[in-house]
Design a protein around this ligand. Structure first.
Ligand code: GLY
Ligand code: MN
Ligand code: MN
Length: 513
């Protein structure tokens, strides 16, 4: 469940009996118009059926996670675990402390309502409390007066299509037939639920593990079983369904609008000082307006800061003549995020040296995209990009060895200037499918419906004495989000220009030139 907030006695005024009897009176009844089903609900049902097929006869526990304390008695905005969002269809800030339990059903129940494959899914959550309850007025995390009207059990069912039950019934449901039903829990989502499952398993005998196992062996087997569930939930997202592809398309469109707004406001960012923060703020405004939030902390890196790969302090000035590396993505209300980088000349025109570096990175990106199609090794995409990078570095006389040697396993010198990989999976998480097995991800093969980033870069730090002075302080990354199609790929973020000429032509009217 949620992390414990320290109580703050200075913010609590005791409630009188008169208040308690007065507060439930005189409210309009709750609206009983049925709620519209969430757009992700149908797709989520198919995903539950797919995970059900992998774990027949087992109880699967997938928590949303709880509030995380930001400081003292203030929480971060809630964001559910992506596996929970994927299987429930719930997005935005829903649903703190909820737990989805997939309960195995007897063979032959597949057609019953609420059954997805071989499991019946139940969403345990904190339903709206009646106005008589103290929660209504006194609970800053769940109370209607504090956080707004929450759903009743029936309303949550209308939204998700799931059977719903109050959180208070979770413990009993988890403990049911614990001696005979194997339980797996997604461990990293909610420490309390994980501890609850662990203690139920520790108390159980029978089929959780075999009788001959020591306590240590039992524990290891349980952890391994839980890890298999985490892996399966991650791998379930490797190939996106039609709903997900549409969401990623929309996330890219919203992100492009955010980039456009940033460019239009560059003169203001220059004028104000601390322009990186201004850029972050403008993009954040659009992300928050168009969707749930940014999908990850925006990197607004100007000048030499662009050479710091995850520059999120964003407290620098923008300067005429410098480049601005903007790596940002809108996360929609459904929680799908884009992850796009453009490196832009602050004044609207690339210098000759900037253009040279930019074109090398673009060439690497084009080479990487060109190999994308089903059946190609994931690693090939990086290989294609890094071959161009190493070749250019050799041409420019920067590599201490040949490009070929640098590209060999014993080499790697080129990595001084591009230390990161070229691609990762993208979806509900910016680095999606992180728990997938290596053989299905890093050593895997591309398949239709996968969405990956293609993001080569070159980073010449101002302190790098091995590069000519004119290149020092130039960092360039170009990042796009690419859908693997039946016969190749589609660049979902292609609405943002990539060639230096196109970037300049796109920026000019936005800058009023
Ligand atoms: N924005 C993080 C990344 O590109 O992976
Ligand atoms: Mn990325
Ligand atoms: Mn990125």
């Amino acid at each position: 469940m949620s992390e414990k907030q320290p109580t703050n006695p200075n913010r609590r005024t005791p409630f009188s009996d008169a208040f308690r009897s007065f507060i439930p009176q005189g409210w309009a009844p709750y609206d009983t118009t049925p709620l519209t089903r969430l757009p992700a609900a149908e797709a989520a049902r198919a995903r539950r059926a797919a995970i059900s097929a992998q774990f027949p006869g087992e109880r699967l526990v997938v928590p949303a996670g709880g509030f995380k304390v930001r400081s003292n008695d203030s929480d971060y905005r809630f964001r559910p675990h992506s596996a929970f969002a994927h299987l429930s269809g719930l997005g935005t800030d829903r649903e703190p402390d909820a737990v989805l339990v997939l309960e195995p059903v007897p063979a032959g129940s597949a057609d019953e309502p609420g059954v997805d494959g071989g499991h019946r899914a139940t969403l345990f959550f904190m339903p709206r409390a009646p106005r008589e309850a103290e929660q209504f007025y006194a609970d800053a995390r769940y109370g209607e007066m504090w956080v707004g009207q929450r759903e009743s059990l029936e309303e949550m069912h209308q939204l998700t299509g799931l059977d719903c039950a109050p959180s208070g019934e979770l413990a009993e449901s988890l403990a049911k037939e614990a001696d005979t039903v194997r339980v797996r829990v997604l461990r990293d989502a909610d420490a309390d639920v994980t501890a609850q499952v662990d203690s139920i398993r520790a108390a159980a005998t029978g089929t959780q593990t075999t009788g001959e196992q020591s306590a240590e062996e039992r524990r290891e087997a349980e952890l391994a079983a839980d890890a298999e569930l985490a892996t399966a939930l991650s791998e379930l997202r490797l190939v996106k369904d039609a709903f997900e592809v549409q969401q990623l398309r929309e996330a890219c469109e919203a992100t492009a609008r955010g980039f456009e707004a940033v460019v239009a406001d560059l003169p203001e960012a220059l004028r104000r000082g601390r322009g990186e923060r201004w850029v972050e703020g403008v993009f954040g405004l659009h992300a928050r307006h168009a969707g749930n939030a940014v999908g990850y902390d925006t990197i607004a890196a100007s000048g030499d800061h662009a050479c710091t790969l995850h520059w999120i302090r964003n407290d620098g000035d923008l300067r005429e003549g410098d480049l601005l590396l903007l790596d940002a993505g809108v996360e929609l209300d459904t929680l799908y995020t884009a992850d796009v980088t453009r490196t832009l000349p602050v004044s609207g025109r690339f210098s000759e040296a900037q253009r040279r570096v930019y074109e090398a990175v673009l060439e690497a990106q084009e080479a990487a995209m060109a190999v994308i199609r089903p059946g190609v090794a994931f690693a090939e995409v990086h290989r294609a990009a890094i071959t161009v990078i190493a070749t250019r570095l050799e041409e420019w006389g920067l590599l201490p060895v040949s490009a070929e040697e640098s590209l060999s396993e014993e080499g790697g010198q080129h990595r001084r200037w591009m230390v990161h990989n070229t691609s990762h999976h993208l979806g509900l998480d910016v680095h999606d499918c992180a728990r997938a097995r290596t053989e299905n991800y890093r050593d895997g093969v591309l398949a239709e419906g996968m969405v990956i980033t293609v993001e080569p870069g070159l980073y010449f730090k101002s302190t790098d004495l091995l590069v000519p002075e004119e290149l020092r302080g130039i960092g360039v990354r170009i990042e796009d989000d690419v859908l693997v199609t039946a016969d190749g790929y589609e660049n979902l973020s292609a609405m943002l220009p990539r060639t230096p000429d196109d970037v300049e032509a796109w920026m000019a009217p936005l800058l009023g030139r």
